[in-house]
Design a protein around this ligand. Sequence first.
Ligand code: 3PG
Ligand code: MG
Length: 397
Amino acid sequence: MTPFKTLDTADVAGKRVLVRVDLNVPMKDGAVTDATRIERILPTIRAIADRGGRAILLAHFGRPKGKADPSQSLAPIVPVLSEMLGRPVGFAEDYVGPVADGIVAHMADGDVLLLENTRFHAGEEGNDDAFAAQLASLGDLYVNDAFSAAHRAHASTEGLAHHLPSYAGLTMQAELEALEKGLGNPEKPVIAIVGGAKVSTKIDLLQNLVTKVDCLVIGGGMANTFLAALGKDVGKSLCEHELAGTANSIMEAAKGAGCTILLPVDAVVAREFKAGAANETVPVDRVPADAMILDVGPASVGAVNEWIDRAKTLVWNGPLGAFEITPFDHATMAAARHAAERTRAGALVSVAGGGDTVAALNQAGVAGDFTYVSTAGGAFLEWMEGKPLPGVDALRA
Ligand code: 3PG
Ligand code: MG
């Protein structure tokens, strides 16, 4: 694979550096509720500013569809970013045209400026070359530090790389290196854990994984679809019965590729989806007709943990059960803690990603123990699906 240029090789002193970051952070009532993505971009901004570069940050927020929408402004993020960075951050609301030229012309070495939501312009999502050229005229170099937006071929994530000398930011670099260790060129055996509600959103992912990994654990609601395809009665569980054929073909493909699929052998079932609901553990062929599966059972977790012991690499996307309500978080918490312990012991490379997965690892208190936890949602999934990521490919060109 063509390598990409890294930030440490860029001569940024006195240069205007356009930096694509991901500030699409969870917000409630105008306040940032999870600043992880902001934290991740600080090293790159500091590296540029400390070396006398002028950092001009580009980011999107929400999906305003090419029109200015004050409710999706990046302005409320400026004070948070400034505080976390420990230096002032300027803000430009109007950045295409003479006003922007003026603001940028007044920047001094080491200054940091954030431009308003790139998606307020239709040219962003349309990856319009004239728009990319306008953006490019504001800078001398382009740095992309937004892996989590790299599945989008937009002007600020892809187009700009064709106009300016381009580099991967420090977080983009760390992310790509971690992912390479996870699936690109992993130490074997490799175990993948995939959970979440639905098979329908993860068909491509499962099809790709069975050709790449030694063991594929299927948990969460999507396991029910596989159990049903095997003729088991899953009672009132979430289940996509219409996907039985897809589930069977994934199991066939796994057989052909020598990939072991681990499905639950026991399950924790309840009559209501609510915290503390009365529950029992049953083998998967004895799910009562009026009950639903809310977690995988202890025997199943034991089998997962045994595979984690044998594996040298783990890739994880999606919880094993309804981890957001107790006690149905047990399996996810137990497997997360076990993987963390093996990683701490130096026996396992563990890479996890996706919003729910990160929340589950935080709940288990082990996110910091994994080798790498990606803040990417869609981009992480597309990477696991083996799809090209336009934002990454543009850096390699
Ligand atoms: C994300 O939050 O997943 C990224 O910032 C990409 O956002 P999008 O799904 O709106 O393109
Ligand atoms: Mg998304």
